[in-house]
Design a protein around this ligand. Structure first.
Ligand code: SF4
Length: 177
């Protein structure tokens, strides 16, 4: 019986150590990780919604750190040196939604890039500041997008053939590269 207890204790210790190591290596900050895809006791599973900005979305994770909720977006890429601008803006939009939902502006969010590789060592996390200046920039961009949408004439805004190849609208798009 004693031997069995020791075995269970050893397994629990290994799992605890392994979980902590994975979290350390992920580069994410301390705090309770809440997945929006899995049910959390107090939070709905539905996406965040801003009535004020008419915006909706759901980050992959929220990390609760005191009164602050910090969004984390996970991307899978071939290789990465710096976060893509589009990903930064997407993260800023989540920060805005979080601010409206919980009443506290997160100071930052995290972009976690997983390389197409089975080892966690091949992942990298960037902490992205969400200052008042970033928020202003995001709101200006949202306004420009609304104006463009109303004008009905929205030309392609990139020169990336790879993006068009992976795009679900390529079959019907007259501007694909
Ligand atoms: S196929 Fe058209 S909609 Fe898709 S990324 Fe290219 S330009 Fe944009």
């Amino acid at each position: 019986m004693l031997v069995l207890s020791l075995v269970f204790f050893g397994i629990a210790l290994i799992l605890f150590w392994s979980g902590n190591r994975q979290k350390r290596e992920s580069g994410l900050p301390p705090g309770k990780v809440v997945s929006l895809d899995l049910h959390d006791d107090q939070r709905p599973q539905t996406p965040l919604f801003s009535r004020k900005h008419l915006l909706t979305g759901k980050p992959d994770y929220l990390i609760r750190h005191g009164k602050e909720w910090i969004p984390v977006e996970v991307k899978t890429v071939q290789a990465i040196q710096q976060p893509y601008e589009a990903h930064r803006l997407q993260l800023f939009a989540y920060c805005l939604l979080v601010e409206e939902q919980y009443g506290v502006r997160p100071r930052c969010g995290y972009l976690h890039y997983r390389r197409r590789s089975p080892t966690e060592k091949d992942s990298i996390t960037f902490q992205i500041e969400f200052s008042e200046g970033m928020k202003k920039r995001l709101l200006e961009l949202l306004e420009r997008m609304r104006q463009a949408e109303q004008s009905g004439d929205v030309p392609r805004s990139h020169q990336e053939a790879a993006r068009c190849r992976a795009c679900g609208y390529a079959a019907i798009c007259d501007q694909k590269l």
